[in-house]
Design a protein around this ligand. Structure first.
Ligand SMILES: [Zn+2]
Ligand SMILES: [Zn+2]
Length: 321
């Protein structure tokens, strides 16, 4: 009898342990790329929907392509029995915009008349571009709540401050922004998204610290290093726009495979090599001219001494982290 009871207790403990293991392995985030390229193809420009896995309350990280990406996702049955307008209005709860370049905002601007009321989260230097260059009544109607009068008040601008976490309304996620250098005198933004103790880092366009004469990436790596060590950071989305052959004076604030790997070495110096092995690094923003995309992929995979897990995002192919 005592033996039986002992066996029962062991089984209950084993079952609980198994449940905990399942819980630990369950992805925290679901990401649906609506657009992944760094130019040329207007139907496939930087935009990544992120949600807590198992929910459909998304935030768009950049908004280069919106409608064409949603339509493709519907074709692929990522959403069933719905329209792209319904997904735009109901499933996208807000936008985090890294910088004001057209390949990161065109989808947001062009779809604004069809959109529902929501927040745009961005650093002041990025909101300024929306206010002063796009939602001006000259380029487009003013769908915002600042800038040129009258305001249509569809979008509420939420100005962010470096390193300060704010809630992403309509979701259970939080976001912390960091400044990035994107060419001379131009700033972009990285977004650290959090749900409970899980994190995902998305970087808008950025150059390397060495080329930009900046410490912005170093400061970002210093902030996230403890999260990498504790395995709380589930993925890094980062750009590689050009192959290694791109001349240094024609990088325009972007990365090559070599420059990305140099930056990853800076991170490794802070975390130790074991912490980054297998870390998913999602490559974004490849400029699709000639064979560039294949060359970039080869140059990353052939020089992967750090054993990072490179993922090449594809439009409307969901990712789980
Ligand atoms: Zn870009
Ligand atoms: Zn840019």
């Amino acid at each position: 009898m005592i033996y039986l009871r002992y066996r029962l207790v062991v089984m209950v403990f084993l079952f609980m342990g198994f449940q905990l293991l399942l819980q630990a392995q369950k992805p925290v985030f679901k990401v649906v790329p609506l657009g992944v390229k760094g130019g040329l193809d207007e139907s496939n420009l930087s935009a990544y929907l992120i949600a807590v896995n198992g929910t459909s309350r998304y935030i768009a990280l950049d908004a280069g392509t919106i409608d064409a990406g949603i339509q493709k996702a519907i074709q692929k049955k990522l959403w069933k029995g719905t329209t792209s307008t319904a997904v735009l209005q109901d499933s996208i709860k807000g936008y985090c915009i890294s910088h004001g370049h057209l390949d990161h905002v065109a989808g947001l601007i062009i779809n604004a008349p069809n959109d529902s009321k929501k927040n745009i989260y961005a650093m002041p230097y990025c909101l300024q571009v929306l206010e002063q260059n796009y939602f001006t009544w000259q380029s487009w109607a003013n769908f915002g709540d600042a800038g040129t009068l009258p305001f249509l008040n569809k979008y509420h601008y939420v100005p962010l401050a470096t390193g300060r976490e704010v809630p992403l309304e309509g979701t259970d996620m939080m976001v912390t922004p960091f400044v990035l250098s994107h060419g001379s005198n131009y700033k972009s933004t990285a977004f650290l998204v959090r749900y409970q103790s899980g994190y995902l880092l998305y970087l808008g366009d950025t150059g390397a610290d060495t080329i930009e004469h900046s410490h912005d990436l170093l400061q970002l790596w210093q902030c996230i290093a403890p999260l990498v060590q504790q395995k709380k950071l589930k993925a890094i989305f980062i750009e590689v726009s050009y192959p290694n052959e791109q001349p240094e004076n024609q990088l325009f604030g972007h990365l090559t495979p070599k420059l990305l790997l140099d930056e990853m070495h800076v991170l490794v110096n802070l975390t130790g090599i074991n912490a980054v092995q297998g870390l998913p690094i999602v490559i974004t923003h490849m400029k699709p001219s000639g064979n560039n995309e294949a060359i970039i992929q080869r140059q990353l995979l052939q020089n992967n001494a750090l054993q990072l897990q490179f993922i090449f995002a594809q439009q409307a192919v969901p990712l789980f982290f």
